[in-house]
Design a protein around this ligand. Sequence first.
Ligand SMILES: *[C@@H]1O[C@H](CO)[C@@H](O)[C@H](O)[C@H]1NC(C)=O
Ligand SMILES: *[C@@H]1O[C@H](CO)[C@@H](O)[C@H](O)[C@H]1NC(C)=O
Ligand SMILES: *[C@@H]1O[C@H](CO)[C@@H](O)[C@H](O)[C@H]1NC(C)=O
Ligand SMILES: *[C@@H]1O[C@H](CO)[C@@H](O)[C@H](O)[C@H]1NC(C)=O
Ligand SMILES: *[C@@H]1O[C@H](CO)[C@@H](O)[C@H](O)[C@H]1NC(C)=O
Ligand SMILES: *[C@@H]1O[C@H](CO)[C@@H](O)[C@H](O)[C@H]1NC(C)=O
Ligand SMILES: *[C@@H]1O[C@H](CO)[C@@H](O)[C@H](O)[C@H]1NC(C)=O
Length: 919
Amino acid sequence: MSCSWFGVWPLAALITLAWIGGCECQINYRLSTNLRPSLYSLSISLRDNTIVPNSPATKFDGEVSITLQTSLADVKEITLHKDVTLTIIQCVLYDAAGKQVEEVNNARLTSVEEAQQLTVGLNQALTANVTYTLFFKYFGNIQTDTVGLFSASYIDEAAMQTKWVLLTQMQPINARLVFPCFDEPTFKAKFQLSITRPDSLHAISNTKLEKTTSEGNNRFTDHFEVTPIMSPYLLAFVVSEYQMRGNSTLSIHTRPAYNQYTEFSYSVAKRVLPAYGELFQQPYQELGNDVLQYATTPRLSQISANNWGLIIAKDNVFVEQPGITDGWLHKELTIRNIVQENAHMWFGNSVTCLWWSHIWLHEGFARYYEYFMGHQLYPDYQLDQQFLVQTLHQALLFDSQNITQPMTSAQVNINTPEDINYKFERIAFAKAASVIRMLSILMGEENFKTAIRNFLKEYRLSTVTPPMLYVHLTENWPKEQDVTLNSIYYDFNIKVGYPRIIVSLDEDNQTFRFKQTRFLLNSTDGSNPNLRYTTPITWTTNLGRNFQNLTPNFYFESDVPFYWGHMNQPIDWIIVNIKQAFYYRVHYQPPLLGRIQKALIKADHSEIPVENRAAIIDDLFNFALAELIDYVEVFEFMEYMSTETDYIPWYAAYVGLEKVARRLTPQQLPNFKKYLSDITEAVHAKLGVSWSASDKVLDVYNRNQQVSWLCKYQTSNCTAQVLEKFNGSEKPSPDYRETFYCAAARTDGYDRVLELYKKETNYIDREIYWRAASCTRDYRTHYQNEILGQGNSVDLKMVGLAQLYEQNPDLVTPIFQMVTENISQLNDALGFNWAKTAQALSDMAEYFTTREQQQLFSNFYKQSHTSFGSSAETLNQALTKVEANVQWAEQRLGKLVNFLAQRNGAGGLALASSLVLLK
Ligand SMILES: *[C@@H]1O[C@H](CO)[C@@H](O)[C@H](O)[C@H]1NC(C)=O
Ligand SMILES: *[C@@H]1O[C@H](CO)[C@@H](O)[C@H](O)[C@H]1NC(C)=O
Ligand SMILES: *[C@@H]1O[C@H](CO)[C@@H](O)[C@H](O)[C@H]1NC(C)=O
Ligand SMILES: *[C@@H]1O[C@H](CO)[C@@H](O)[C@H](O)[C@H]1NC(C)=O
Ligand SMILES: *[C@@H]1O[C@H](CO)[C@@H](O)[C@H](O)[C@H]1NC(C)=O
Ligand SMILES: *[C@@H]1O[C@H](CO)[C@@H](O)[C@H](O)[C@H]1NC(C)=O
Ligand SMILES: *[C@@H]1O[C@H](CO)[C@@H](O)[C@H](O)[C@H]1NC(C)=O
């Protein structure tokens, strides 16, 4: 909250607020550190009606005794966190001997709601350095959202009953929704939890169950062992009718029907924990908790959540059902989640960030190990390569826009819940992981490991700030490096953004030059274009072809305008930032790009590694987006891909192509299809549409991606080939199911896929078949029978309608016309919901690329917007979006459209006139 915000408050409110919190202007969101809790004895009691089918209880009862001390004299107030949904019934202060010091009546309990704080006013001051116990009796809400203590339900198909699960999500600041506490990571304490629950349920929490006592009336209390010293947000429990696989120290808990499918997750869990113990030279158990449990939930705001000793994830993450969810991609999801959450036991639970402003210390390391520990344990998935396209490229895209932020913010800038949420995004995960990878490569893996081990040892069970990590990195920084860690660390951690390194070759073919500038997607979006970075440069040429040595040839200092080098022989090409080990983009000036392209077409791509091929493609698409080059250059370069068969470059290519392809008009598509068909020649020849058990994992992913694109754009004879396969008796393996059934449904296969959908009872499979059936080109039949018809849920109808044109982009106009002929029919089918109907049309408009389509939409808006009530605004915004998209396509794709037409020869030209404006 800002000062100016107070300006609109009536005077009376201002005075009250000032009086309550003692705050003049800014609310102080941080607690004073002179008061420190050391132990919470927390009893949560679930009411008897907790799990009546169809309506779980809305309240729970709690008691907490907080052992604490202050280091100051004259402390007469205790301020801690308490959400407004907790109601305090009683508050008593005891001394260390358990003797009552005073009961604090309601009048002396004051709250600052905005900061979710409670202040306990005492009659007499606490004695410094003496232990007290502050006791609260209270009740609170079982939340409907996925925060604090909340409920989730599932259908137990065997019993044909709705079952309820109660579970917690405390990170980052939701412990205060469950009990009054010092809810900042720095206030580490021990927790002794007990849960009272009805007979039919059982509870798990962070630590081992110590004992269960009977309360009479079929009620029992589970008492858990005291936790290690930890931050409040790491407390967790799950109360359910789940079944368990495993034993008292390692277990997976799921709804009974899933229990048989957790074998794979369990095998992963068994491997991962000891692997980290070995890597960090600090076994998990030595941190003070010897159990690690996994639990699934139908509902969670993220895929998975780390709590000490109890990892919670969405249902599908730990469940591999044979023939349905046991494909490679799904196993990779399981592996990556387990590997990532396990890393948090060290980075987060034992060693904890002092404040959320540097949450990257948890999330960056967890993401880094997700890929690189994942790769070490499961090399088949080549997660070291996948890291580039899934994490590094994502970070580079985000970090080149005004929405970015530094990895480390100043503590004073991160205060409100919104500030804290803001730190939990891509920079803390993807950029931090990319920068950690860069540092690890720069230092050498062994030095890096030593630094991390020492760091984790020194700060075991305590809190840290980035400089504490920095000390250990510097101590292990190789002496022979000609740059200190300091400038690199500062440039990539405190500054935002990263450089574009511009490489050029002189006419003598022997002298090359490097310049740097900050890369910005939009140079006028308010970002600072003048930032420069200390940048490690590696390079090799066609003469050396050394793609193994990642030691920098030199560091580009941020205050030096350019560097140049001279070879004693002419070179043909140069590759910079080998294996994209470091955090920047490389811009090859002519004639280098063309020469690299020629090298790539040669046998074995002239040894240029897959990482650099993917990097160049991703860089080029981004340079085109930033208007540094034209798309023609990108497409010309990508002609080399007619020899490319690897997944990683193709992944980068499709990410870039997607943004262009969806802006092409139906008239422009044929030339794009021809281009796509040509550049996919080698990969299609290699992978085809048939699979075999001996396929490499990335080939499986790649085939899927190829078939999906080629059939969508009806190139090669993709659909015919898939249909042939589909007619055979072989069922596609789970990895291919959706792609293949979708391709089949486009033509002859529709009825069969729809039949599969209707017969299926498993909800995961049903959705797959539904999305696949909705790829049909017979959009009228699907729309009339399935989307306007009665049988399907509104959610599925929304998905199905979008599939019709997303999977057949050339059909978007007739589909729009069909739908808008009688829009109230769609509205009825979507449950009489104009907001959803407007959303459906607005999604469609995202695929509008021509002035004619714009006109259609605008006519429809004029005639019908009054029916939509307040949702007409959604349509209005969609219109603005269409205008921007059409403009973008006209301005940015004109040359490309001509290039594609010319490339395909006169035959391809007929329909290719690009910039005709139809008014
Ligand atoms: C309490 O103990 C701390 C640390 O031992 C000490 O620095 C502080 O001065 C003590 N406070 C008082 C009021 O004696
Ligand atoms: C539980 O199983 C794990 C994995 O097999 C094993 O390492 C551990 O020793 C077992 N714990 C107990 C108490 O049996
Ligand atoms: C540089 O290389 C190009 C391409 O191989 C060649 O055409 C040109 O003559 C070379 N220039 C010099 C000065 O050798
Ligand atoms: C760049 O950002 C400015 C300021 O937000 C905006 O007005 C402009 O339209 C953006 N340019 C592009 C090409 O998106
Ligand atoms: C975004 O732009 C605003 C000005 O429009 C500027 O004040 C701010 O610093 C920029 N943010 C970043 C991260 O560059
Ligand atoms: C697809 O095309 C290839 C080569 O063009 C041909 O060998 C194959 O028979 C075709 N398959 C089908 C099902 O048409
Ligand atoms: C696949 O089977 C259907 C009938 O089930 C038939 O109409 C179609 O021609 C077959 N397609 C191919 C490519 O064999």
